[in-house]
Ligand binder design. Structure first.
Ligand SMILES: [Zn+2]
Length: 136
């Protein structure tokens, strides 16, 4: 099914942004399990790169998270990570390393007031298209 938006509840969005804030100044990352763009699960994954400018999911933690999503009968709806210094758009590295064409990439950066803002993208064969994020 074609996903037309990434839908999160306010409490899921809070879980994500608390995780992003906790990991500052480094990038933080995680997986969102769901169905048809509606998020059901937020799973923080350790950023093994421990860097303010890149992320690399700890492979064992990423596998555990993938299995948890599958065990719940859900899909990998999105992969989230932060750009602490912005912008909330995919970097060239993000595009080159986008291995999940069926998943969305949720990228978050702080606005001028320090509030996290997220934008979602589909990245297929180097082509980037934006999908709206809805927090309800
Ligand atoms: Zn990035």
């Amino acid at each position: 099914m074609r996903v037309v938006s990434l839908r999160l509840t306010a409490s899921q969005w809070r879980l994500i942004t608390e995780h992003l804030t906790r990991e500052l100044p480094n990038e933080a990352c995680g997986l969102l399990g769901g169905c048809a763009g509606v998020v059901e699960q937020v799973i923080a994954v350790e950023n093994a790169a421990r860097s303010p400018v890149r992320y690399r999911m700890d492979p064992a933690r990423q596998l555990e998270a993938m299995l948890a999503i599958e065990a719940a009968g859900l899909e990998l709806t999105a992969i989230y990570h932060s750009h602490p210094h912005g912008p909330a758009t995919p970097s060239l590295t993000d595009i080159a390393e986008a291995y999940y064409p069926d998943s969305l990439y949720l990228i978050c950066s702080p606005d001028a007031h320090g509030q996290w803002r997220g934008r979602a993208f589909r990245i297929v064969n180097g082509q980037v298209s934006e999908t709206p994020v809805v927090v309800e």
